[in-house]
Design a protein around this ligand. Sequence first.
Ligand SMILES: Nc1ncnc2c1ncn2[C@@H]1O[C@H](COP(=O)(O)OP(=O)(O)O)[C@@H](O)[C@H]1O
Length: 194
Amino acid sequence: MRLVILGGSGSGKSTQAQRLCRYFEIPQISTGEILRQAMSGDKSLESVYAKVSTLGRHAQPYVTRGELVPDEMIIDLIRLRLKKADVDCGWILEGYPRTAFQAEELDFLLDDLGQKLDWAIYLQVPEAVMVSRSLGRSRPDDQPEIVHRRVEIFYDRTVPILEYYDRRRRLLTINGDQIPEMVEQKILTLLSIP
Ligand SMILES: Nc1ncnc2c1ncn2[C@@H]1O[C@H](COP(=O)(O)OP(=O)(O)O)[C@@H](O)[C@H]1O
């Protein structure tokens, strides 16, 4: 199974990605998590990304302000990650793609790898829910102005991707404003897994 999870900040992307990875027994690839690991100098990333400290240093000013890291940086990272053997049988991408350019690049990369995306799952939640859930967490980038900026960027840059996947008949939209168990069940039902 190869899935992309789309949604704004606080939409439940990482919660659902974790649950689905457990269900399908496939790796979760979270760009936000990789960037946070790189920023904290986590050496375990070196098996994928040789220049972890450079990545962390370059990403920091964007992540801390709630801005998107430049496309080239994140595309390189995904290219290296998807070439690792542990993702041969499937993966769940969370937090990527986030721009139309990233979505196109993912398609090119998958063509190169001879892989196909099964579904893009969009977790739809009202803006107020995104904000209140994000503010309820304790990440350093969960300060009110930074959260508002991430939400704004989500509408500007990520929402257009929904149409990209919809046109290709790859989009599943789920009401993310329910308890995690219900959201997961709904996703599995739409994937036709009882
Ligand atoms: N695909 C991406 N493209 C650009 N920047 C990204 C991407 N994924 C993550 N980031 C950076 O990491 C930050 C945190 O992302 P994430 O953990 O997905 O948080 P959230 O879903 O709460 O916005 C983003 O604000 C952005 O700076």
